[in-house]
Structure formats: C-alpha cells, structure tokens
Write a protein that binds this ligand. Structure first.
Ligand SMILES: [Zn+2]
Length: 82
C-alpha cells in the first residue's frame, strides 16, 4: 500500500473526505459505492465490486463486456480455448 502523504481529520459523524485530486486520479465519482475493509488497525476503501463473475475474487480484476474476471479465471479460460 502506498502512502499518499495526505492526512484528513475524522469529523464528528465519523466521516473522512477523500481529496478531489485522489478521486479524480482513481476515477471515483460522487455516489460511487465504496467497500470498507479492515486488516488489524488498518482501514482500506475500494470501489464496490462484486468480484470475479466466476469465483468472487477481488484482486487483479479486468473488465470484459461489463463483467469482471480475475487473473486466475482468465488463465483458466485461455487454457480451455487452447
Ligand atoms: Zn475468478
């Protein structure tokens, strides 16, 4: 995980504003559903994804015809076609 160098305060309702430049670079328009993950004391946000259409994996996704497919399933599909 990369440190952006940005620090933002937590407001009284528990909200943190994601800087506009970060939202622009990461293509996160207003209204984008965000998933919240924890790992020990860390909190991670990511754009909502239901994961790979075949296995549910959330990492290394690529979109094909509006569905997301993980690396493992892309490899399996490629192998199947050979
Ligand atoms: Zn998959």
């Amino acid at each position: 995980m990369k440190n952006t160098g940005m620090t933002r305060p937590l407001d009284p309702l528990g909200r943190v504003v994601l800087p506009k430049e970060l939202r622009t670079v990461l293509d996160i328009p207003v209204g984008t559903p965000m998933q919240v993950f924890t790992n020990g004391a860390q909190i991670m946000l990511r754009k909502h994804s239901s994961g790979c259409v075949f296995c549910g994996e959330l990492e290394n996704l690529q979109t094909f015809k509006e569905v997301e497919v993980c690396q493992s399933c892309r490899t399996a599909l490629t192998d199947m076609l050979e």
